[in-house]
Design a protein around this ligand. Structure first.
Ligand SMILES: NC(=O)c1ccc[n+]([C@@H]2O[C@H](COP(=O)([O-])OP(=O)(O)OC[C@H]3O[C@@H](n4cnc5c(N)ncnc54)[C@H](OP(=O)(O)O)[C@@H]3O)[C@@H](O)[C@H]2O)c1
Length: 232
């Protein structure tokens, strides 16, 4: 893929920001649109920063209709993990809603307003950062009910989108990503002293490589930073 227009959401976060910067170092990029809630400024000619509220449909509609060109790649790097439940006794309705508002709903709404901004006549990619703990089959430890459920629901949204979008572009590829365990605001409260964490730059480069390799055979699936598939 050459002369790519890439849109990245969640660009004030560690991984979203690193994805923007690492994409500027690639040869095949024409434009990077960096969406964030804060209007993160990159001071780089390839990156255009746009402020958007991911859960506000008017904000997303305005942002998508102001795009001047079609997109090749959309990446969503939005999410939160706060006070994960050790036991079902720790769950509250509010915590559950907060996790869905951060981890599930933004991707669904971004898809609603930005899938029509993708090319229809060539290969396009839409990826959202999920998490290995969203895998139902892979869940050996339990706990973290609301975060796990919000990422499992995200995976279902991606699966549905992968089926629907193929009807308007047979070369559309929609998939989920697991970034590894990355040093960020999200992971910091859970980090252990004796464990090593990926830098956001390392993870972003791995994810860019994964995105590069995806073909229509990968539509609707979830992949980790090392390009290994993660079961639903
Ligand atoms: N770090 C890890 O080890 C790890 C592991 C597995 C999966 N992930 C996933 O990777 C993605 C990026 O995480 P990160 O590590 O880069 O974390 P981060 O630095 O905390 O960034 C999180 C991003 O999500 C946005 N966000 C947080 N809460 C939100 C809410 N309620 N509504 C809308 N936006 C919200 C933040 O926007 P603002 O800056 O505007 O607040 C920020 O852009 C997330 O989906 C996370 O679940 C991370």
């Amino acid at each position: 893929m050459t002369n790519l227009n890439v849109a990245i959401f969640g660009c004030s976060g560690a991984i979203g920001k690193a994805l923007c910067i690492e994409y500027t170092k690639k040869q095949n990029i024409d434009n990077i649109i960096a969406y964030s809630r804060s209007g993160e400024n990159f001071e780089n000619d390839l990156i255009k920063s746009i402020k958007v509220d991911y859960c506000n449909e008017e904000s997303l509609s305005n942002a998508s209709s102001s795009l001047q060109f079609k997109l090749d790649i959309i990446i969503v790097a939005i999410g939160a993990l706060e006070n994960p439940e050790k036991s079902i006794k720790d769950l509250s309705a509010q915590k559950f809603l907060d996790m869905f508002n951060a981890n599930t709903i933004p991707t669904a709404l971004i898809a609603k307003y930005f899938l029509p901004c993708l090319h229809r006549d060539k290969t396009t990619k839409f990826a959202s950062i999920s998490a290995r703990v969203g895998s139902i089959e892979d869940n050996e430890l339990g706990g973290w009910y609301s975060y796990r459920a919000s990422k499992s629901a995200l995976n279902m949204i991606l699966k549905g989108l992968s089926i629907e979008q193929k009807r308007s572009n047979k070369n559309s590829i929609i998939f989920g990503l697991h970034p590894g365990t990355v040093n960020s605001k999200l992971s910091r409260p859970f980090q252990k002293k004796d464990k090593e964490y990926f830098s956001p730059e390392f993870s972003a480069n791995k994810l860019i490589d994964v995105i590069d390799t995806k073909t229509t055979d990968d539509n609707g699936k979830i992949f980790a930073w090392d390009n290994k598939s993660i079961p639903y």
